[in-house]
Design a protein around this ligand. Structure first.
Ligand code: TXA
Ligand code: MG
Length: 336
């Protein structure tokens, strides 16, 4: 299949493809999504095929309004409404009890459904004009870093999907927060993301965190957490925060004839000197939103470079730093 690249102005073509049951990648404020009509089982199957995604990992449905979301949940509790009125459109996905006409593979036969309203004019226009919610995972090959540009999507999925709408680079750079609100008294973050726990706590009071240690990966609440994720082909290690230790590690790797690729802040790069010829800068130290925005691009760039190992900088696990570290630790934990 030829994968057509569209500009925003050619959105009408993409709308027709969605209506015909085809799969189209589109920009959101977090990462690019791989969309299909969530009410059409055959169309949704094409998403799983194109990505090589395991069938027991459910998809998020993307809506263009709160009213549209209400059609697919048994009840929209007061607490969920508060989240929605503060953070939609935006990078917060709600897990609620499902109802209505949604293809069963979207929810992997669970009783719950994950829903979000993306904060991106192209995504909203596409959903509105298609007239149906779009099931959409991140538009990468399963296991690869999520795409933050149309080029990333093209590299992973050329020939496997009908088209890509190019809306430029995404803003947040990491996926949405997945918040389980099926128990209103215990709102639980299943996956940290663009809307931070601190932000959610301003409207919900205490927010809980689903632990995703290795043992819990066997029976995860959010099925996606058990799979290898966000990983380039090359091994990723987290760089020690102490500069001398970092230099030692780089030296030891180079002694073993490894070629080190650094994924670090500008400040850390300066402290380390030009130790490595392969590097990608994450922005300023202490600005995790800049690192979040560049992490996936950096992993992809270093994967394409001569580097044989990637050393990435740690950030504090507060604010968006929590989501950044979640993805980085997952990229690092699946050593091949
Ligand atoms: O920012 C995002 O969320 C992007 C853009 C495209 O919207 N989408 C995205 O989708 O990251 P995906 O498929 O890569 O991740 C969806 C996550 C997975 O971890 C999945 O297991 C979880 O949401 N999920 C989906 N439905 C669920 C449900 N009913 N209960 C619990 N977790 C669910
Ligand atoms: Mg994904």
């Amino acid at each position: 299949m030829k994968t057509e690249r569209l500009t925003k102005k050619e959105l009408a073509k993409a709308v027709n493809w969605i209506k015909d049951g085809e799969v189209v990648a589109f920009p959101t404020e977090t990462v690019y999504g791989l969309g299909a009509d969530a009410t059409n089982e055959e169309a949704v199957q094409k998403i799983f095929q194109a990505k090589g995604r395991p069938a027991d990992n459910p998809l998020i449905i993307h809506v263009a309004s709160v009213e549209q979301a209400e059609q697919y949940v048994t009840c929209f509790p007061e607490e969920a409404k508060r989240v929605v009125s503060n953070f939609w459109p935006g990078a917060c996905t709600l897990v609620l009890n499902k109802k209505g006409d949604i293809a069963s593979s979207v929810t992997a036969d669970l009783n719950t459904i994950a829903i979000r309203m993306p904060d991106h004019p192209v995504a909203l226009e596409l959903i509105e004009q298609a007239g149906v919610p779009l099931a959409a995972p991140s538009a990468n090959s399963s296991g690869k870093p999520s795409p933050t540009t149309a080029d990333h999507v093209y590299k992973d999925l050329n020939g496997k999907i009908r088209g890509i709408i190019d809306g430029g680079a995404t803003g947040v750079g990491l996926e949405s927060t997945v918040l389980d609100m099926t128990d209103q008294k215990k709102p639980t973050i299943l996956r940290p993301g663009g809307v931070t726990a601190e932000q959610l706590e301003t409207v919900l009071g205490k927010v809980y965190h689903e632990k995703t240690s290795d043992s819990e990966l066997l029976a995860p609440k959010s099925p996606g957490m058990k799979y290898r994720h966000y990983s380039p082909d090359k091994p990723v290690y987290i760089l020690p925060e102490n500069i001398e230790q970092a230099e030692k590690l780089i030296g030891a790797l180079e002694d073993k004839k490894e070629c080190v690729g650094l994924l670090v802040s500008e400040d850390t790069f300066e402290s380390l000197g030009s130790l490595s010829s392969n590097h990608f800068l994450l922005g300023r130290k202490g600005y995790p939103e800049e690192a979040a925005n560049r992490l996936y691009e950096g992993l992809r760039k270093l994967d394409e470079s001569d580097a044989t190992v990637i050393l990435a900088e740690a950030y504090d696990k507060t604010g968006i730093g929590r989501a950044y570290m979640n993805r980085l630790e997952k990229a690092a934990e699946w050593l091949k």
